[in-house]
Design a protein around this ligand. Sequence first.
Ligand code: ADP
Ligand code: MG
Ligand code: ZN
Length: 487
Amino acid sequence: MYLPTIGLEIHSILKTRTKMFCSCPNDPRERHPNVNVCPVCLGHPGVLPTMNQEAILSVIKLGLALGGTIAVNSHFDRKSYFYPDLPKGYQISQYEQTLVVGGVLKGVRIRRIHLEEDAGRLLHELPGESNKIDASYVDFNRAGVPLMELVTEPDIKTADEAVAFAKELQLILRYLNVSRADMEEGEMRVEANISIRAKETEEWGTKVELKNINSFKAVYEAIHYELRRQEELLEEGKRVAQETRGWNEKTKKTESQRSKESAHDYRYFPEPDLPELELSLFDLESIKRHLPELPEAKRSRFGKEFGLTVSQIELLVEDREFSDYFEEAASELETFDLELTSLVLLYNYLTSDLKGIMRERGVGFSELKIPPEHLTHLVALIARGELSSRIAKDLLLRMFEQGDDPETLLKESGMKLMSNESDLRGIVATVLEANPQVVIDFKKGKQNSIQFLIGQVMAKTKGQASPNVAKKLLVDELEKLVDQNQK
Ligand code: ADP
Ligand code: MG
Ligand code: ZN
C-alpha cells in the first residue's frame, strides 16, 4: 500500500487593464499576434519596468480571501533562464518575501502567493494552415501580462481533491473579479507535484512535477495516471526519478520532459530595476471589508434563505451573475404575493428555460433584456393558473426578444388563456369520448390518468387552455361517469 502526496502550483493571468511592467493592453485572448507589445515587454536594452498597482491589489484581495498574511516587506526577484518566448532572458518574479504567505482553502494549506509576469507563446503550427512549418513563430502579446502563482503545501491526497481545490480557487478568482481563470484559454494553469511513499515510511517519496494540463478533466486524468505509474515503478523495485513530466492529451499518459532544475539554476537575485513594494499604500482593513461575499458563504446563506437542495444551490453559486439574478428575482416574490414555495418554479424557469434561450442565442446576463422582476412576474402568472406552460414558454421568448413585462406582452400578442368553462366543455367531452380506455382506467382508480387527459385538452387547444379549468372540468365529468356506474 502506498500513500499519495500531492501539492499544487496554480498560475492565473490577472484581469488588469495593462501589463505588469508596461502600459501595453493586457488581453490574453487577442488573436492577432504581436499587437500588444512595446520595448519594455519585448525586453529591449535600456528600458525600465514600472509596477502595476492593480495587479498587486488583486493578489492582496486573493490573499485576504484565503486568510493569508499580506507581507509588510516584499520585493521582486529576477529568475534567469533561456527560452525563445522570454525576450529578456529573465522573468521578473518573487522568490523571497512573497506578497502573501499562508492561508487555507478546502482544508489545504497555502504556502504562498506571489506575483510575476507571463512569457510569450510559441506557435509550432499556424492556425488554419494545413502545411506544417519548419520553424516556430512567437507571439509576445502575453509577454509581461501579470500572473499570480499560488503554491499549496502537499496536503492533497487524491485526484478528486486536487480538482475540487482548483475549481474552488477558480470560483474565488471569478467572484473577486481578478481573473477570468479559464483553463482552456490558458488563463488558469494547474501544475501538480506528486509523490507516493510506502505506508510504513515517514519520509516523502521523490516528487514528479506535472505540466501541460489544460482542463479540470486533465487534472484528474494526469494525477490518476501518474499515481499508478509511480506505484508500478515501486512495485517493480525501481525508483521514481525526480523530473518534470508533461501530460499528453492524445496518449493519456505523462511523458518525461526534463530532469528537475533547482532554485540555484535560476540565479535568483533582487530585481535591481524596481524598488521595494510600498505595501503601506494599501489599506488592508478596508480592502477586506469590501471583499464580495465568497462562494462558501453564499452556499450556506442560500441553504438557509431558500431551502434549495445542495445541487440546486451549486448550480447557482457556480456562476456569480446567475446567482445574483436569482437572488434579485427571489426578492420580488412578495411584490407578486408569492409564497416561498414558488421559488422552485422560479428556479426551474431560470435554470432550464431562460438559461436555455440565453445559451442558444449566445446572450449573457449583461445583455439580457429581461429584468429579474419580470421573470418573477411570469412565475406569478403561472402560479396563479393564468398561464399554461406552453403559453409561458412562448411568452418568455417574447420577453427575451422585446424586453417588455409579461402582462403587456400577453395583451399585445393576443395569446390568451381559455379559462371560460363553457368554451372548454365541448373539448373536454371530445377528449373523453376519444379515450375510453383512459376513462376506464380512471374508474378503476388510476388517478394519474387525469394528467394524460389534461395533456390532450392542451394539445387540442394548442396550449391555450387553462390547465386549472381543464382539470376541474375533467374531474367533474369523470366523477359523473363514476357515479352513473355505481347506480
Ligand atoms: P521545488 O523547489 O521543487 O519547486 P517546492 O518545495 O517549492 O519544490 O514545492 C513545490 C510544490 O511541490 C509545492 O506545492 C509542494 O507542496 C509540493 N511538494 C513538495 N514536496 C513534495 C512531495 N514530496 N510530494 C508531493 N508534492 C510535494
Ligand atoms: Mg517551485
Ligand atoms: Zn509592453
